[in-house]
Design a protein around this ligand. Structure first.
Ligand code: ADP
Length: 191
């Protein structure tokens, strides 16, 4: 299975991505987590990414694309993967198409988690209090939502036109949402 998880910041992508990837026996690859790990380790990539992340901006495509390319080339991703937080721009969509076509595979489905704006802001503020992520301050949260609408929302239509989109209601208990996702994916034919 080659899956993409999409949805605005706060939609619960990370939580669901991990559970669903485990079910399919594929790695959940979160670009946000990889960037944060690099920031913690103080790598060159981390230093570069941090400037953008702290401001709620997207890390430049060239940097992100190369990182994803290297990650999906790893052994555990040969049989499939679930991408969480990538692609986020139209240029990243093209790049990912190239990476997948090159290996002779295709994308199986794109799960988009739908959550309304009020609930998103509520969740992000509560996460800010419990986890203390550097990019969960009010201004930065607002900027990330804005960027999502501007740069990432258009990808939903791209994947809808390709017949890959599975829209799932992201409101409710974690288990309930997982069940909706798995139900939606049960109709998907693995390539
Ligand atoms: P969230 O979706 O909750 O905002 P993530 O953990 O997915 O958070 O990502 C955190 C940050 O990492 C983003 O705000 C952005 O700066 C950077 N990032 C993650 N994925 C990408 C991507 N595909 N392209 C550019 N930047 C990214």
């Amino acid at each position: 299975m080659r899956l993409i998880f999409m949805g605005p910041p706060g939609a619960g992508k990370g939580t669901q991505a991990q559970v669903v990837a485990d079910r399919f026996g594929i790695p959940a690859i979160s670009t946000g987590d990889i960037f944060r790990a690099n920031v913690t380790e103080g790598t060159e990539l981390g230093v570069e990414a941090k400037r953008y992340m702290d401001a709620g901006e997207y890390v430049p495509d060239t940097v992100t694309n190369l990182m994803v390319r290297n990650r999906i080339d790893e052994e555990d991703a040969v049989k499939g993967f679930l991408l969480d937080g990538y692609p986020r721009t139209l240029a990243q969509v093209d790049e990912l198409d190239g990476m997948i076509n090159y290996t002779g595979h295709r994308l199986d489905a794109v799960v988009c988690l739908a959550v309304d704006a009020d609930e998103l802001v509520r969740r992000l503020f509560s996460r800010a209090q419990t986890e203390g992520r550097a990019d969960d301050t009010e201004d930065v949260i607002r900027r990330r939502q804005e960027l999502y609408l501007e740069q990432t929302q258009p990808l939903v239509e791209v994947y809808r036109k390709r017949g890959l989109l599975c829209e799932v209601d992201g409101i409710g208990e974690v288990d309930e949402v997982t069940k909706r996702i798995l139900d939606a994916l049960s109709n998907v034919q693995e390539s």
